[in-house]
Ligand binder design. Structure first.
Ligand code: FE2
Length: 176
């Protein structure tokens, strides 16, 4: 009697699919104590982001947002879906009654307009945001004032890496 050969532990033997981009791995992204400070791109006073992935063909980016101040961060509208995983601290939107607590996940639907506040007593907030489309910064009536997307994030990161001596091309490793 022949037994079927178990191939479950055999790695894929065929050719790679054409035009598949390189995979992208960052070790220890959740280790908040041992991060390379050079990777944190200043965005505004006491606000930084650390890029994990800039996806230019699908128009999204994944980054860690770090805020070391309390108060209002921004009022914005989303042109695409947002996934937010809070790694440290807590924050909320003035328009909603839920709070993003450490270890929580939140989905922000496209079209939602909200105002992000970090409360008093939070010395540092770090959240992993997966943002598709754009942040459209708006006034209290929803009138657009500024736009941020994967391309403006890339520009900010390029300028930062250039300025600190890593070179503008350092940003390329994050782009897929
Ligand atoms: Fe948002």
């Amino acid at each position: 009697m022949t037994r079927p050969t178990d191939t479950s532990a055999v790695a894929y033997q065929g050719p790679p699919l054409y035009a598949v981009p390189d995979d992208l791995v960052h070790l220890n992204v959740l280790d908040m104590k041992n991060t390379d400070e050079r990777l944190w791109v200043p965005q505004s006073k006491d606000v930084w982001f650390r890029p994990l992935l800039f996806n230019t063909s699908q128009g999204y980016f994944v980054n860690l947002l770090r805020v070391r101040k309390s108060g209002i961060l921004s009022r914005h509208r989303h042109a695409g879906p947002v996934h937010a995983t809070t790694l440290k601290g807590r924050w909320h939107y003035l328009e909603h009654d839920w709070w993003a607590e450490e270890g929580s996940y939140a989905f922000e639907p496209p079209g939602d307009i909200h105002t992000l506040e970090v409360p008093e007593g939070v010395e540092e907030m770090i959240t992993m945001f997966h943002v598709t489309g754009a942040y459209i910064y708006v006034d209290p009536m929803g009138k657009p004032e500024a736009v941020e997307d994967v391309f403006s994030k890339i520009e900010l990161a390029r300028d930062h890496f250039e300025k600190i001596g890593l070179g503008a091309d350092f940003v390329n490793q994050f782009i897929r």
